[in-house]
Design a binder for this molecule. Structure first.
Ligand SMILES: Cc1ncc(COP(=O)(O)O)c(C=O)c1O
Length: 393
C-alpha cells in the first residue's frame, strides 16, 4: 500500500487515473486493496476481466476499467464493452471488430489506440514492447491515417492514445521519449478534429531487485507533468511491478544441499513453476535464509523441476548450514501470476499480512486440483482395442 500512496502523491496534481495492471498479480485480495485505494484496473484478457467482475460484485461498486493487449477475441471485446471498459485497440482490424461489437450492443464506444513508437528499451528483450517490428500497437503513420478517416467509424469515439514501452524500465528517458512522441501525435490529431481526452503511458516503473538504482517516482511524476502540463489531456497509467513487486516473497523449504563440482547447490521445494522470472528472463532475486548458521558461502538455489533452467538464483551468499527455510525476495509481481502446474506441481498458497494478521488469500492447490476438468476415455476405450504394435509378443 505504501507504493500506491507514493505513486499517488507523485501524481497528485495531475488529472491522473492509475489503473493497476492485473497481470502483475491478480490475487483478488490485492485487487481489493488497490480498489480501496481508489485505483482502477487494466485487464488484458477475459480471465482478468472476470476477476474485476468478481471484485465489483463483492464491493457493490464499479472501478475504472481499461482493456489493453493484442489478439483480443471478439468475445473478449464484447465482454469488455459490456463491462464499460475503455478498450485500447492494437490494430485497424481490431478496431473493426470493436466497431461491430459496439454496433451489436447499440452503443458508441469510447476507445483508445495503442501507438507503437518504434523505440528501443534497455530492458530484457522479452519485456520490451515498443520495437517497430514487434506485435504491439500501430505505427505513428497508421494512427495519423486512421484519425484522418475517423468518420468511417460511426460506433467509435477516439478518446485516447496509449503506449507501453516495456516493463522494468530503469531509464526514465525512454519513457520520456515515448511520451514526447505521444504528446506531439495527440496535438496533430486534435488539430485534425479528434476530441482526445487522455494519454495512457502504460506501466514500466521498475523496482530494485538488489543493487540496480531505480528512478525516483517523484522524477517520474515531474516527467509526466512536464509533458502533460497545459495540454488539457488527462493522464492514464498502468503500473504493475512498481506497486506489488517488493511487497511479496516466495517461501521455500530446503530439501537438500549438494556439491556439484565447484558449485554448492541448495535444492528447495519451490521451482520455476512457482517463480518463472529467473528461468525466463535470467532475472536475479535476492534470497534470505530464515535460519541457518556458519559462514556465508556462495550457492546456487535450484528447484525440483526437470529443467536445467530451474534455478531461483545463482551465486547468492547463504549460511554454510543453510537451515530449513528460504525467502526469495521481491516476488510480488509476475510471480504467482506466471506460476504453472508444470511437472505435476500444485501451486502454493498465498498469504497476505494485513493489520498484523496473516490471512490466507488463496488456498494451496491440492493434487486433485491438478486433475480438474480432465476426462478419461470410456471404459471400453483403448485398452480393449487392438493398438498397432502393442500386441504381446
Ligand atoms: C499494456 C501493459 N500495461 C501495463 C503493464 C504493466 O507493466 P509494469 O508491471 O512494468 O508496470 C504491462 C506489462 O507488461 C502491459 O503489457
Amino acid at each position: 500500500m505504501d507504493n500506491v500512496v507514493r505513486l499517488q502523491s507523485a501524481l497528485h496534481d495531475l488529472d491522473a487515473s492509475i489503473n493497476y495492471a492485473v497481470k502483475a498479480n491478480g490475487n483478488l485480495a490485492i485487487m481489493q486493496v488497490m480498489a480501496q485505494c481508489g485505483l482502477g484496473f487494466d485487464v488484458g484478457s477475459a480471465g482478468e476481466l472476470h476477476r474485476v467482475h468478481c471484485l465489483q460484485r463483492h464491493m457493490g461498486r464499479r472501478a475504472p476499467l481499461v482493456m489493453t493487449g493484442p489478439a483480443k477475441t471478439t468475445a473478449t471485446i464484447a465482454a469488455g464493452l459490456e463491462s464499460g471498459a475503455q478498450l485500447v485497440a492494437e490494430s485497424v482490424s481490431e478496431l473493426q471488430r470493436i466497431q461491430q461489437a459496439a454496433g451489436a450492443l447499440g452503443i458508441t464506444a469510447a476507445v483508445g489506440v495503442r501507438v507503437n513508437p518504434d523505440l528501443e528499451a534497455s530492458t530484457h528483450p522479452h519485456l520490451a514492447t515498443a520495437a517497430g517490428e514487434g506485435k504491439f500497437g500501430m505505427p505513428l503513420a497508421e494512427v495519423r491515417r486512421l484519425a484522418a478517416t475517423w468518420s468511417t467509424w460511426p460506433a467509435l469515439r477516439l478518446v485516447g492514445l496509449h503506449c507501453h514501452v516495456g516493463s522494468a524500465l530503469y531509464r526514465l528517458d525512454e519513457l520520456d521519449a515515448a511520451l514526447g512522441l505521444l504528446v506531439a501525435l495527440a496535438a496533430e490529431l486534435r488539430a485534425a478534429g479528434c476530441a482526445l481526452q487522455w494519454l495512457d503511458v502504460g506501466g514500466g516503473l521498475p523496482i530494485s531487485y538488489g543493487e540496480e538504482p531505480v528512478p525516483d517516482v517523484r522524477a517520474y511524476g515531474d516527467m509526466l507533468r512536464a509533458h502533460l502540463g497545459g495540454t488539457g489531456l488527462a493522464l492514464h497509467c498502468q503500473p504493475g511491478r512498481y506497486l506489488v513487486g517488493d511487497a511479496g516473497l516466495l517461501l521455500s523449504a530446503v530439501v537438500e544441499v549438494k556439491q556439484a563440482g565447484r558449485r554448492r547447490i541448495v535444492l528447495c521445494d519451490a521451482g520455476m513453476n512457482d517463480l518463472l522470472r529467473p528461468a525466463l528472463y535470467g532475472a536475479r532475486h535476492r534470497i534470505a535464509a530464515l535460519s541457518g548458521s556458519g559462514e556465508l558461502r556462495s550457492a546456487d538455489v535450484a528447484g525440483p523441476v526437470c529443467e536445467s533452467a530451474d534455478f531461483l538464483a545463482r551465486d547468492v551468499l547463504l549460511p554454510e548450514n543453510v537451515g530449513d527455510l528460504l525467502a526469495v525476495l521481491d516476488a510480488g509481481a509476475y510471480g504467482m501470476s506466471m506460476a504453472s502446474n508444470y511437472n505435476g506441481r500444485p501451486r502454493p498458497a498465498e498469504v497476505m499480512t494485513w493489520d498484523g494478521q496473516a490471512i490466507v488469500v488463496r488456498q494451496r492447490e491440492t493434487l486433485d486440483d491438478l486433475l480438474r476438468g480432465e476426462a478419461l476415455l470410456p471404459a471400453n476405450g483403448p485398452e480393449s482395442q487392438d493398438v498397432p504394435g502393442s500386441a504381446a509378443p
